[in-house]
Write a protein that binds this ligand. Sequence first.
Ligand code: GTP
Length: 371
Amino acid sequence: MLSVTTVKALVLAGGYATRLRPLSCTRPKLLFPVAGKPILEWTMEKLSRNSFDEAIIAVNYMADAIKNHFGDEFRGVKIRYSDEPKPLGTGGPIKNAEQLLNTGETFLTMNGDILSDIDIGQMVGSHRKNKPVATIAVRPVKDPSRFGVVEIDERMQIKRFVEKPNRRESQSNLINAGLYLMEPQIFDYIPSGRKVVIEREVFPNLAKQGKLSAFKIGGTWFDVGKIEDYRAANSAMLDVVCRTGAKIEKSVRKGSGVVVSSPSFIGRDSVIGSDSIVGPYVSVGEAVAIGEGSRIVDSIVFDHVTIGKSSLVQGAILGEETRVGANAIIGAGSIVGSHAAIHDNVKLSRNVAVCPYKEVEESILQPAYVM
Ligand code: GTP
């Protein structure tokens, strides 16, 4: 297998993540925890395992939060940041990072919100064999009608893209998986200084010229776009990290009679009160306090959250530093923005989204967006 050591990576990390509001109002998506670590850390670990020596992170929205988290190195991978004066979409950031990337070598570009077990070495091998300007990782989906599909020939050359096709329009069920290997010639195809949607403005041109290849992937792949995707990615990665049982950091303190059902992750310095039940499919961040007799199921709890006694959190997400009182119920699909407070005895029945810093003093028994 070919080595990937000469490949630099560009990670797109600057989106507003509008579909993940209110959680993304105070935290960039790529720092959302998935099974105990931020989304971007999963990616950086992959780059480190594959011996990449440099990652360029293209930042815009909440850039400082990302820079402060990662600094200039992650497990042997040097990190540089490509700042954007304004959002440049999925293609503009590549052109914007031209100076940092253009060393005359192949580089990997990826959407930072993707979790996958793609074999980068094999993809590099396929790219070097086919010699296109870019190779796109593609994956099959059951129902392609919600996506744009990629049509390929027997030599893995991409022929055309079809937006949200019905069966008559395209037989292909392959979609763009958000990871690309690129040659420096790609810079000639991307306009500079403005937002560019690479899937619409760059790839179709390359396909017409026969300069675009596909590499098929299977296995684990999540694109954390919507809340449902985020929850699904968290559950799948919990299955991965909890192969031998629930993962509980050493500094966690548990009262008597606590049950933590696998798969679940409990972050360091968290405290779980007596007789509480946590899990299955729960991710708890750092320094979270769960009161006695509470129950947390199928939920994501960010760092520094406090949950009172005898409360139930089921199928919900609690942003960082939220406070949930005693005897409260946070129901399925509900999302509590960071620093918000849900008072004692309050019930959020289902699909209630609470904005950051909001105090909720009365129950809300139907889906609502609480500002
Ligand atoms: P939505 O607003 O919910 O669509 O989310 P998003 O802003 O993350 O957009 P999308 O899911 O399409 O983004 C895919 C990847 O590209 C994510 O990793 C984003 O962070 C990144 N991305 C999107 N827009 C930009 C941008 O303008 N600049 C940079 N640097 N990255 C971007």
